[in-house]
Design a protein around this ligand. Structure first.
Ligand code: CO8
Length: 262
């Protein structure tokens, strides 16, 4: 496939530690077709396995992060087919990536696009980005986290409002509601800011970073007492790493740590 056929473009940050994946189907506003998701999963898995990659930035275009699942691909499908083939079930693969994924949203993040954004670990957006779950306007409901992850992030009343009315919110509101963690300033480039976040993470020991991501994710799955036990087990396990000795040793000796990711 030539570069123009690639539905997901890949590049690296200047110091090579952050993989940047860019959805590249601009004519369809990055509608998430099955081939696009296949390529995205492939690139995510490649980045996850590559030792030199410490964090992943996922972004789209200026006009659209992604305008949802591909409606034209879905419109004539029948129940038996989508059920038997587990249509769009491959979306969940992204949640098994171990390295941090930083989403950079500019423009539309609609339907599956909003759900894809919520699959990222850290989310940045521009003030005038548009988030919405418009599935209700198509006679369906969200199918990849738009009723579940969204409710965890912004609470029941606001999630109901968005899911049942298709209400659009802008990036500033998304920041106030906790759907994203950072809204960049008017003149700032959201991808550059996401790469900076990635580089910050890449500057720490990779074992602790992976453990931090794993532990926070368990908070959404486990009751508090089990989550706390899970956290403590992981915390204790980090005393078996060279990076713990290095990090604490460097602090005591008033020098910069030099991580070996061991
Ligand atoms: N699917 C397919 N094509 C799309 C999509 C989409 N979601 N969004 C935009 N496009 C296409 C348009 O059809 C158009 O193509 P063409 O030039 O061939 O006509 C091209 O992109 C440009 O779009 P517009 O001309 O419409 O651009 P506008 O600037 O006028 O409007 C909008 C932009 C407002 C974003 C408009 O395109 C729109 O409303 N798009 C649809 C948004 C939407 O409803 N998304 C939700 C889809 S449903 C979903 O995501 C369910 C996910 C379930 C996941 C389950 C996993 C298990």
């Amino acid at each position: 496939t030539s570069a123009s056929d690639r539905l997901v473009l890949t590049s690296r940050s200047p110091n090579n530690s952050v993989a940047i994946l860019t959805l590249n189907r601009p004519k369809a506003l990055n509608a998430l077709s099955s081939p696009l998701f296949e390529q995205l999963n492939e690139e995510l898995e490649k980045a996850d396995e590559d030792e030199s990659v410490k964090a992943i930035v996922l972004t789209g275009g200026e006009k659209a992060f992604a305008a949802g699942a591909d409606i034209k691909e879905m419109k004539d499908k029948q129940y038996a087919e989508v059920y038997k083939t587990n249509f769009l079930g491959s979306w969940t693969k992204m949640s098994s990536i171990r390295k941090p994924i930083i989403g950079a949203v500019s423009g539309y993040a609609l339907g599956g696009g909003c759900e894809l954004a919520m699959l990222c670990d850290i989310l940045l957006c521009t003030p005038n980005a548009t988030f919405s779950q418009p599935e209700i306007t198509l006679g369906i409901i969200p199918g990849a986290g738009g009723t579940q992850r969204l409710t965890h992030l912004i609470g029941k009343a606001r999630a109901m409002d968005m899911v049942l009315t298709g209400r659009k919110i802008n990036g500033t509101t998304a920041g106030e509601w906790g759907l994203v963690s950072r809204v960049v300033g008017e003149g700032e480039n959201v991808v550059d800011e996401a790469v900076k976040v990635g580089e910050t993470i890449a500057g720490f020991g990779a074992v602790a970073v992976q453990a931090g991501k794993e532990a926070v994710n368990e908070a959404l799955e486990l009751p508090l007492d089990q989550g706390l036990r899970y956290e403590r087990k992981l915390f204790h396990s980090l005393f078996a790493t060279a990076d713990q000795k290095e990090g604490m040793g460097a602090f005591a000796e008033k020098r910069k740590p030099s991580w070996t990711n061991q």
